[in-house]
Design a binder for this molecule. Structure first.
Ligand code: ADP
Ligand code: MG
Length: 681
């Protein structure tokens, strides 16, 4: 039978059912998988000069055995083997634990190389391996193994697979690009990833492998984008005059950035292609009105629209705002659908009927809007607010409510530029990079716990001026009960402190949505001066009269969350303040507090967050759809990622790329791996 890279590893000598199963468990199902099962690190087995070795470093030292090895016993059946190794003119004390059998193989005067961990102060080496054939330069790949299969076996199988199949490895990255960026052929690259002799070789192979990985990734998402564009979307012929009229009667003038993104969105709506756009804007930048305009545009063209928000409070608030905004426009019919609404069977049925008949054309809700019984007559646009709070599946479900409606996703969690490519690669991005006029920068201060009374005094000053304040209680190890206990304690404390002068309210996750709404309504109406809350307040809440945000134990929150919380104030024209109360124990905690004090720019904060925590944590892997790269790191290898993006874009604009000789391997790869895309050809 003809060999192919898609062969099962079972064809290799020594791979029986058991080993095959073990390999499968590691995700290795083909020879190709095995060949690209790269070591996750390399041991440097290069012989080192003693003077170059750092304390604690794992190294290979080469020398002459100075005296016969001595084996001593200790504990239960434990042994220690000692000998002196003369390295140049220095005597290094070598110790091996539980490898007494080595004694027979080692004798005085013998030259050996020993791999082990070096202790500088004692000038001793805890031996890990005796190397009988040390080379001048040598690296050994270390493989991720499992209980069922050892790293050594994997290494041997890779070696065997390479020997038997390397002639079948073909280049995916086109020649011209390989030359332009000095990349290795795929066969060379795979070889050197597994068996580099020099560090330089290992590095060159890695660079090539990272490029290949990002190149493939970019091909996938850019082809996907292309395919989506060709799918039949809907042309939303909105009424431009009505839209203009509506903008004119808004209580404020749109910022330049808002105008720009509204134009971008409207242009998309009008196109026959499908819109898949992300609207990014810092907290308070005015995304809601942009969404409202987009929805209104769709409505003027006779379509229905839906806005999905992550929490009831937020959905409620959007419903209030939008109802107000469209109060005088009879064409727009706003309705709210949350689980608290659906509890009333009759009201719910009426709502669903009116939705199915097309009577309601602007639906707002929580994930309740993606339930099966929610049917639209003619859905043209779906909007998700705080989209990062939804899973990919939920967003998808929303879009399946209609016949390929246009989609607008909003987020206030700025994605650092370095992550945007990978996270939202398949979306077009609009950015609101300007705050409404008259906003003052929020002043942020960091206080220690013992300065808490200062925070109370400061709050009082602000309350005297008629402002309102939030106090966020600390987040405790994800335990809602403890959170509640804590929030209640703080609430009681503040109530006592401000008794007879100011009204204090309490908001937490254990309240029913009706209760939450009630508390929020009181706060909005100014009947409460201070709102003590757990982080349920986090997203989107808009009370412009609130000017103080006190965050207790602020170091327990991540930067993105702190930024979101802080964004609850500074929404009106009054100067606003954020007080972080924290005694951070860790360096990261201190760094986070400092960052918050220094900047209010969400993008700077996001970048800092990324540096401190890494991409997985910043985005939350599951929700972000952040691809799992095997070798490349979208942050530290960002330059390569960017180059790959650019080159793939260039490649795809060439209408004949499929037929060019140098892309033969690439096409073979595409046809093989991405059957999904063969239809586009
Ligand atoms: P976010 O982008 O955080 O969702 P919102 O849409 O809630 O922000 O807007 C924050 C506040 O700014 C709201 O009270 C909104 O009415 C107001 N706003 C929005 N756009 C403007 C503008 N161009 N000028 C003045 N105020 C605006
Ligand atoms: Mg918002």
């Amino acid at each position: 039978m003809a060999r192919a890279l898609t062969d099962s590893p079972a064809v290799l000598k020594g791979v029986g059912p058991k080993k095959l199963q073990a390999l499968n468990k590691l995700g290795i199902n083909t020879i190709e998988d095995l060949l690209t099962y790269y070591p996750f690190r390399y041991e440097d087995l290069t012989v080192k000069q003693l003077s170059d070795v750092a304390d604690g470093e794992k190294v290979v030292l080469k020398g002459v055995i100075a005296a016969p090895p001595v084996v001593s016993h200790f504990g239960r059946a434990k042994t220690r083997l000692n000998f002196g190794l003369l390295v140049e003119n220095d005597l290094v004390k070598v110790t091996f634990f539980n490898q007494g059998y080595l004694a027979k193989r080692l004798s005085t005067g013998q030259e050996v190389a020993v791999y082990g961990k070096y202790d500088q102060r004692r000038q001793s080496l805890t031996g890990m391996k005796v190397m009988y054939q040390a080379k001048d330069e040598d690296l050994a790949g270390v493989y991720r193994a499992s209980k069922e299969i050892t790293a050594k076996t994997i290494k041997d199988l890779v070696s065997l697979a390479y020997a038997n199949y390397h002639d079948l490895i073909f280049d995916i990255v086109p020649d011209s690009l390989r030359q332009k960026f000095r990349l290795e052929t795929r066969s060379q690259m795979i070889h050197d990833m597994h068996f580099p002799v020099t560090l330089a070789q290992g590095k060159a192979a890695r660079r090539s492998a990272i490029f290949e990985e990002f190149f493939k990734f970019q091909l996938r998402i850019q082809l996907l984008k292309q395919k989506h564009r060709k799918e039949n979307g809907i042309i939303i012929k909105y009424d431009n005059d009505k839209l203009r009229q509506f903008i004119k009667q808004l209580p404020f003038e749109l910022t330049g950035a808002q105008k720009r993104v509204v134009n971008e969105i409207c242009r998309d709506l009008h196109r026959p292609e499908h819109m898949n756009r992300l609207l990014q804007g810092d907290v308070g930048s005015g995304k809601t009105v942009v969404a409202a305009l987009a929805m209104y545009a769709a409505i003027t063209a006779g379509y229905q629209t839906v806005l999905m928000a992550p929490t009831e409070i937020l959905a409620q608030q959007h419903a209030q705002k939008l109802a107000q905004l469209f109060e005088t426009i009879s064409e727009v019919n706003v309705a709210l659908l949350t689980s608290s609404v659906t509890r009333n069977q009759k009201a719910k049925q009426t709502l669903l009927d009116n939705l199915a008949s097309g009577e309601i054309n602007l639906l707002i809700g929580t994930h309740a809007v993606i339930q099966d019984n929610v049917n639209f007559k003619k859905l043209g646009l779906v909007v998700t607010d705080e989209q990062h709070r939804f899973g990919v599946g939920q967003r998808q479900a929303l879009r399946q409510k209609g016949d390929f409606p246009d989609a607008l996703a909003m987020t206030a969690t700025p994605i650092p530029r370095t992550l945007a490519i990978t996270t939202y690669g398949e979306m077009d991005v609009s950015i609101i990079d300007e705050l409404p006029k008259g906003r003052q920068t929020i002043k942020t201060n960091w206080l220690r716990q013992k300065q808490f009374t200062q925070a109370l005094d400061f709050m009082e000053q602000q309350l005297q001026n008629g402002s309102q304040a939030y106090v966020i209680s600390p987040l405790i190890a994800e335990s809602e009960m403890l959170d509640l206990q804590n929030a209640t304690e703080i609430y009681e404390k503040l109530k006592a402190h401000y008794a007879g002068r100011y009204e204090v309210g309490l908001l937490h996750g254990q309240l029913t949505s009706e209760q939450k709404d009630e508390v929020m309504d009181h706060f909005k109406a100014g009947e409460l001066d201070i709102l003590v809350s757990t982080t349920v307040i986090e997203v989107g809440v808009d009370v412009p009269n609130a000017t103080v945000m006190v965050i207790l134990d602020a170091d327990r929150f991540g930067l993105a969350q702190l930024h979101q919380l802080r964004g609850r104030v500074g929404r009106g024209s009054k100067q606003s303040y954020c007080l972080l109360v924290a005694d951070p124990k860790s360096e990261y905690g201190i760094e986070r507090m400092k960052t918050m004090v220094e900047t209010t720019d969400g993008f700077v904060i996001a970048q800092k967050d990324l540096e401190l925590r890494g991409p997985g944590d910043v985005l939350g892997k599951k929700q972000s759809g952040l691809p799992d790269f095997k070798i490349g790191d979208p942050v530290s290898d960002f330059n390569i990622l960017q180059v790959a993006q650019l080159e793939v874009a260039k490649l795809l604009t060439d209408e004949k790329f499929r037929y060019r000789q140098e892309n033969a391997g690439l096409m073979r790869y595409l046809n093989q791996e991405l059957t999904y895309f063969t239809s586009f050809d």
